[in-house]
Design a protein around this ligand. Structure first.
Ligand code: NAD
Ligand code: ZN
Length: 389
């Protein structure tokens, strides 16, 4: 089959590779009909995740049609149209039983590596490094889906691929980011990053009763999309974000701050320089934590910081003293996608949101390398790319 493979920093190619096969009775094989490129893929593209190997297949936002099933998958049939969570979860361990699917204890075959780096191992993820399982992703013609009796959900016929696809990741991620922000009626919520995750966080914050959403980015079309979602905006390239937030909140600061940027935050060379220094046990580089620092400084006393943005290494230079003395609450993590798929499908079916609003480009798998570069460099108005293998 054809598949988008990682070959090094800034080097992804569509290669011909062996088709996936059923390896376990709980596996399914799906023929991918649509998959998307995510901001998380950019961390791999930009070489921030050191446990990648040449030839790894990327892609964790996937949907398609079931073509083969392992003997223990009884809830799906060949021919079913499904969307697949990016988190691979057993559904049975202590964490899955509590709905903490991205922290599943059983799906990372490389748990030892993760424990060495982080103290414990989270769940395996599709197409997201060997540290998190080394599973092949779905930016390909076919995908092996482990734990297929837990993750994939059937898509109703009346929804298009573009309306259902983002249940795999960014709609649940934006939604959980807003939940983690602990929004109360009328609250002011600042959202750093108007990429796809920030866009869904803004819309989820509004659904949860936020009075004001203040969206921060520098890309005009992304700021415009945030405005269309009901947010006020700040262009961080034109002002000091902390000062501007203090003006807009009369010195108190936003009640909640959402970091929907993660480790590739633009700007502030002093923080960037830290990247080149510390190397931890398994060779992890230190992240740029610029947005997180800005959020800690801006958040009102007693407020909440929610971090959907991905950090792949050691969060150095974090002003933890400021966070402690301001009494902040932090909530963060990879999304527990399986906990959100059914409730959010209902929200889509009820017509409360059409997730396809975020799609700016739909193209073939063969165009993926070019689209990675355009998405990273924010060219041609790219906000969300859907690939149709
Ligand atoms: P994206 O790269 O499209 O969006 C990031 C946005 O941040 C861009 O629009 C960029 O212009 C903006 N930005 C850069 N520096 C900034 C700064 N200093 N201040 C404000 N904005 C700044 O990515 P995305 O797909 O929207 O994903 C956003 C983050 O969410 C990524 O880190 C991604 O890895 C993460 N993510 C996490 C989960 C999860 O489960 N927690 C799931 C999906 C994505
Ligand atoms: Zn993603």
């Amino acid at each position: 089959m054809r598949a988008l493979c990682w070959h090094g920093k800034g080097d992804v190619r569509v290669d011909t590779v062996p088709d996936p096969k059923i390896e376990h009775p709980r596996d399914a094989i799906i023929r991918i009909t649509a998959c998307a490129i995510c901001g998380s893929d950019l961390h791999l593209f930009d070489g921030y995740q050191p446990t990648m190997e040449s030839g790894d297949i990327l892609g964790h936002e996937n949907m398609g049609v079931v073509i083969e099933l392992g003997s223990e998958v009884t809830n799906l049939k060949v021919g079913d149209r499904v969307v697949v969570p990016f988190t691979i979860s057993c559904g049975q361990c202590w964490f899955c039983q509590k709905g903490l699917f991205s922290l599943c204890d059983r799906t990372n075959p490389n748990a030892e590596m993760a424990i060495k780096a982080m103290g414990h191992s989270p769940a395996g993820l599709f197409g997201f490094s060997h540290m998190l399982g080394g599973y092949s992703g779905g930016q390909a013609e076919y995908l092996r889906v482990p734990m297929a009796d837990v993750g994939p959900i059937k898509v109703p016929d009346n929804l298009t691929d573009e309306q259902a696809l983002f249940l795999s990741d960014i709609f649940p991620t934006g939604y959980m980011a807003a939940e983690n922000a602990q929004i109360k009626d009328g609250d002011t919520v600042a959202v750093w990053g108007c990429g796809p995750v920030g866009q869904f966080a803004i819309r989820a914050a509004r659904m949860m009763g936020a009075g004001r959403m203040i969206a921060i980015d520098e890309v005009p079309e992304r700021l415009a999309m945030a405005e269309a979602g009901g947010a006020e905006t700040i262009d961080f390239s034109k002002c000091d974000v902390y000062d501007e937030l203090m003006v807009r909140t009369k010195g108190r600061g936003p009640d909640s701050c959402i970091d929907a940027v993660g480790c590739e935050a633009a700007g502030h060379g002093a923080v960037d320089a830290v990247m080149d220094k510390a190397k931890a046990a398994v060779g992890l580089a230190t992240d740029r934590v610029h947005v997180l620092r800005e959020a800690i400084f801006s958040c009102r006393k007693g407020g909440t910081i929610s971090v959907p943005g991905v950090y792949v290494g050691m969060g150095d230079k974090l002003p933890i003293g400021a966070a402690m003395n301001k009494g902040l609450t932090f909530k963060m993590g990879q999304t527990h996608v399986q906990a959100y798929t059914q409730p959010l499908l209902k929200i889509i079916e009820a017509g409360k949101i059409d997730p396809s609003f975020v799609v700016t480009h739909t193209t073939s798998l063969e165009d993926a390398p070019e689209m990675y570069q355009k998405f990273r460099d924010k060219e041609d108005g790219v906000i969300k790319v859907v690939l149709r293998p």
